[in-house]
Design a protein around this ligand. Structure first.
Ligand code: NAP
Length: 247
């Protein structure tokens, strides 16, 4: 039976694992979250050991295709997957949800990096950080703002000195996000351009309250990778690939 490796850690990856039938499907998670939402079927957890480790894995498990369905900001594993695909000849498809787009009433400032986001909020009084626990070191040197940070697991140092941590996992409702922004008297929301509707309620809430948003742009994808944005498109492409490789 042919094996498809899904590089996961996202809702799309879980939906893809559930939709693939008639193949051996292995979902791979980095192991960052203590209690991850698990996809159906076979799951492996932990890094591969860079490009070389991934190449070894692809060969040992006789993987026929890789789907990189990781988060748009997980740039290292995406780059490793692209390099390992070139080295082994195993086809790679990238599943990426579209980024968010500016709508009427939005007050977004797009920035290219977390460091630029930190620069943008350095003199703001009350900042809501929804960029994930691994992003907090980029804000650790800022002493003026008070930060509210939301993440699934607790963050580790270095951390900003004036920080409150909220442990929570999406999806969130517009009503709850509006209440949170208002009750905590937030002046600016900082987010990565993750896209999707699991965490977009905060943007709707910010728009309704007239709050500014600092939007961190996505890292670029490796050159020449094939990207699709929906699970049905990936299924169609995998069908074609598998047919092609059987003949
Ligand atoms: P990253 O910086 O791109 O990857 C760092 C290292 O973690 C990789 O070199 C790889 O280790 C390992 N790794 C990452 N994803 C993996 C996977 N799916 N399976 C096995 N190993 C993996 O990744 P990250 O930003 O820390 O994200 C880690 C995971 O969390 C990803 O799977 C991603 O989908 C999910 N996630 C990330 C974010 C985010 O904002 N970055 C948000 C939600 C979910 P080796 O080099 O040893 O193979």
């Amino acid at each position: 039976m042919r094996t498809v490796l899904i590089l996961g850690g996202t809702g799309e990856a879980r939906r893809l694992a559930a939709a693939l039938t008639g193949l051996r499907v292995v979902s791979s998670l980095a192991g960052r979250v203590a209690q991850p939402s698990l996809p159906p079927g076979e799951v492996r957890v932990g890094g591969f050991g860079g490009v070389a480790g991934l190449v070894d894995y692809l060969r040992a498990e006789r993987v026929s295709a890789i789907v990189d369905a990781t988060h748009p900001f997980a740039a290292r594993i995406t780059s490793n997957a692209a390099a390992a695909a070139v080295e082994t000849g195993v086809p790679l498809l990238v599943l990426r949800r579209p980024g968010w787009t500016l709508g009427p009433g939005d007050r977004w400032q797009r920035v290219p990096s977390l460091d630029a986001a930190a620069e943008a909020v350095r003199d703001t009084a009350r900042v809501f950080l929804t960029t994930g626990r691994q992003s907090l070191p980029a804000f650790a040197h800022l002493t003026a703002p008070w930060f509210l940070s939301r993440s699934v697991d607790p963050p580790e140092p270095p951390l900003p000195p004036r920080l409150e941590v909220l442990l929570d996992r999406g999806p969130f409702t517009v009503e709850a996000e509006t209440t949170l922004l208002r009750d905590r008297a937030i002046d600016v929301l900082v987010t990565k351009d993750s896209g999707g509707d699991m965490t977009s309620a905060k943007l709707t809430a910010a728009r309704a309250l007239g709050l500014p948003v600092v939007m961190v742009d996505r890292p670029p994808l490796p050159a020449a990778v094939e990207v699709t944005s929906t699970v049905p498109e990936i299924l169609t492409r995998l069908d074609a690939l598998m047919d092609f490789r059987i003949r």
